[in-house]
Design a protein around this ligand. Structure first.
Ligand SMILES: *Cc1c(COP(=O)(O)O)cnc(C)c1O
Length: 436
């Protein structure tokens, strides 16, 4: 068989449609029945099924308390409030993540200082956290990016040294283990999304998890007023029972809670299949130039959970500088979907730099700060370039050996024949030079 790349007119290496093996979420009759039961009972706004979901979720994670939320963003806001974050306070979050890791802090009058990320884990860089700590810092919000557990030992040590809370954003990492421990249970509080694209699905919902009773009570007080009677015992909260302190309503629709329960019940088994499939994909690419697995070392006790939005690492210097965009274009031409990049760096977005959201007469980011803590281009070099150093890979939910082998073969073929693209690029630029 010829190794000529499909992008240059060769034969595609992928003959199979790999879409079906990546389909998600998996919805069965059990899910449908659970949802129908809520509809027929008319208890969408109740809390009985939500409490069952919370109990089972807490058991799964191994924490004392869970609290269902209408979405992950709300769970994060609630976790921030629970930790006492308020006007003028600062959180430290990675710049390269989804916006909801950090932006909810604005609603509390607080702000965010971003830390850089690591090129191999894509998580917050512990070496970069301490220089961003100020007297106003209250919490660190690490993200287990694309399922890869953040370096929690070092993050917890930094937090302990400075008296900070740690809020884990577990939205990518349901079931990921960090050195044998469940993510979301290592920091003071964990918050996660269970929207339909995530690896643990409850349609649109979020979950907060903690073993700290006080933090849980604060979260209840903030946006779950119907539950004040059962939950609020702390003297600082008791006088305010009855109205939500946040002026928000964070209750989860029980159609979602019911789905959350059936999905959670099947999750360990589905997670095991995802892990088997994704690890197989990367095992097939071991030693391939230019590309690296985004997964922890095998003997580390850490895992990728459900491999949410699975990524690969790109090392252009091993392929004579071939750009990731062309690389991905060539893999797609072989019949395997892949796109360059990851979340864009938040510290460069106008909402973090210019936008006066609440009418303070200055950008919200610095509305309650004693200094201009905005971070200009060049300030977080890895977060700014990491989009050129990674790409999406097929997120296999099913162990389909043929689909996995063909997808891996597409990446390998392009990586091992990258010189064809380089000479093509050189020919193109030579032609342009001649014309000019
Ligand atoms: C999805 C996501 C959220 C927000 O969750 P929603 O349920 O969409 O509100 C927060 N953080 C990260 C990292 C996410 O990927």
């Amino acid at each position: 068989m010829s190794d000529k790349l499909a992008l240059l007119g060769g034969t595609k290496i992928v003959s199979k449609d790999i879409g079906p093996a990546c389909k998600w979420p998996t919805i069965t009759q059990e899910d449908e029945q659970a949802v129908l039961d809520v509809l027929r009972a008319g208890t969408m706004s109740g809390i009985d099924i939500t409490k069952e979901w919370e109990k089972e979720f807490a058991q799964y994670l191994g924490v004392d308390y869970c609290l269902g939320h209408c979405n992950g963003t709300a769970a994060l806001l609630s976790a921030m409030f629970a930790c006492g974050i308020g006007v003028g306070d600062e959180i430290i979050a990675p710049s390269m993540t989804y916006w909801a890791t950090a932006l909810p802090c604005f609603q509390l009058g607080a702000t965010v200082v971003f830390a850089d990320v690591e090129v191999d884990t894509l998580g917050i860089d512990p070496d970069d956290i301490e220089r961003h700590i100020s007297p106003r810092t209250k919490a660190i919000v690490p993200v287990h990016y694309a399922g890869y557990p953040a370096d929690m030992d070092r993050i917890m040590a930094i937090a302990a040294r400075h008296g900070l809370k740690v809020i884990e954003d577990v939205s990518h990492a349901h079931g990921s283990l960090y050195k044998g421990r469940m993510t979301g249970t290592i920091g003071h509080v964990g918050a996660m999304s269970c929207m339909s694209g995530k690896s643990l699905v409850a349609s649109e919902a979020g979950m907060l998890a903690t073993s700290d009773r006080f933090l849980w009570e604060r979260a209840v007080a903030f946006g779950h007023y119907l539950r004040h009677g059962e939950a609020i015992t702390d003297p600082s909260l008791v006088p305010f029972k009855g109205y939500p302190m946040g002026g928000v309503k964070h209750r989860v629709n029980q159609i979602a809670s019911a789905l959350g329960r059936t999905q959670l019940r099947r999750y360990p088994q589905r997670l095991a299949e995802i892990q088997r499939a994704m690890n197989r994909f990367w095992d097939l690419l071991e030693g391939c130039p230019g590309i690296r697995a985004h997964r922890p070392p095998k003997d580390s006790g850490s895992t990728m959970g459900g491999w949410y939005a699975a990524k690969g690492l790109y090392r252009a210097e091993e392929l004579d500088g071939l750009g990731v965009d062309t690389f991905c274009e060539a893999v797609r031409a072989e019949g395997c979907p892949t796109y360059p990049g990851c979340n864009p760096p938040m510290h460069l977005h106008p909402v973090l730099n210019d936008c006066d959201i609440y009418g303070h007469g200055k950008p919200t980011r610095i509305a309650n700060s004693d200094r201009d803590l905005r971070q200009p281009p060049g300030s977080l070099p890895v977060a700014e370039k990491i989009g050129k150093m990674c790409y999406s890979i097929p997120w296999f939910k099913q162990y389909d050996e043929e689909a996995i082998e063909q997808a891996a073969a597409a990446f390998r073929k392009v990586a091992e024949n990258a010189d064809q693209l380089l000479s093509e690029a050189r020919v193109r630029s030579d032609c342009q030079a001649t014309r000019a």
